[in-house]
Design a protein around this ligand. Structure first.
Ligand code: BTN
Length: 264
């Protein structure tokens, strides 16, 4: 089936990301599109106004009303073998955080392991990194990003109580294209830096933007819920929890922050 799209010729001065953006009014999933058999150049960006089967982490769905949020994915197939895969997740979270700084005061923004961006403790952005492999080798990476921009509180009240949008957090409507440009510039800059410097720099930035290190948290790995102190991030991007006098490392889980007066 041929899917209809338009090309947005952005004026972004990017080095790795393509300046032409593939724009769908509706598609099943921008991640799925880039993972399927198209020959995309490195740095291809695909944007959709609506996704009929948006994918979230841990087999969840990602939904948003038409043209109220940013739903986009980035394709990378160059210089991806030299750095650990998990660094792309941290890099993207750091980039979205930095890309939102022109719109949101820094003290309202936070990163939450593994890849959420929060405003005032509520999720504003989710990131899903997927890979294409052959013979046990990663050939390409697709970074999917969903940023809640102009959805109103009614949308979140229905089922997404721990989520927010830029509009809900500030009372202002935003131009999706302005937010997209800012985030893409930030991703491009951080991708360049990842090639030129050591990837642990990304992790250090991530830790600086995560206020929950050292805090009491709950970790839900789908089988058990553990409570303990968020000690650190491991060498391969896992969360180190100090619990019951031992350290336990998680690679896929959901966390919530335990406050004096309840959970985050
Ligand atoms: C999460 O569960 O937090 C990750 C959500 C990622 C959603 C984005 S929206 C654009 C891209 N296409 C998808 O199908 N998913 C990602």
């Amino acid at each position: 089936m041929f899917l209809k799209y338009k090309i947005i010729k952005s004026k972004l001065k990017t080095t790795i990301l393509q300046s032409e953006i593939i724009h769908f009014k509706s598609i099943d999933s921008t991640n799925k599109y880039l993972l399927s058999k198209h020959n995309h150049p490195n740095g291809t960006v695909v944007l959709a106004d609506f996704q009929t089967a948006g994918r979230g982490r841990r087999q969840r769905i990602w939904q948003s009303p038409e043209a109220e949020s940013l739903l986009f994915s980035i394709f990378l197939n160059e210089n991806i073998q030299t750095v650990p895969l998990y660094s792309f997740t941290f890099l993207t979270a750091v980039s979205v955080y930095e890309g939102l700084l022109p719109f949101i005061p820094q003290n309202h923004l936070a990163l939450k392991w593994p890849n959420d961006v929060l405003i005032n403790g509520k999720k504003v952005c989710g990131i899903l990194v997927e890979t294409k492999t052959s013979s046990n080798r990663t050939n390409s990476i697709v970074i999917g990003i969903g940023i809640n921009v102009n959805q109103d509180s009614a949308f979140f009240q229905r089922e997404l109580k721990q989520a927010t949008s830029l509009f809900c957090s500030t009372g202002c409507k935003f131009s999706r294209m302005e937010v997209l440009s800012s985030v893409l510039i930030s991703i491009d800059k951080n991708l360049m830096e990842l090639q030129q410097r050591v990837y642990t720099d990304v992790l250090e930035k991530w830790k600086n933007y995560c206020p929950y290190l050292g805090e009491k948290i709950k970790v839900d790995d789908d089988k058990n819920i553990y409570e303990g102190i968020f000690k650190d991030i491991s060498q391969n991007g896992g969360l180190i929890l100090e619990t019951g006098g031992k350290e336990k490392i998680f690679h896929a889980a959901d966390i919530s922050i335990v406050k004096e007066n309840g959970n985050l």
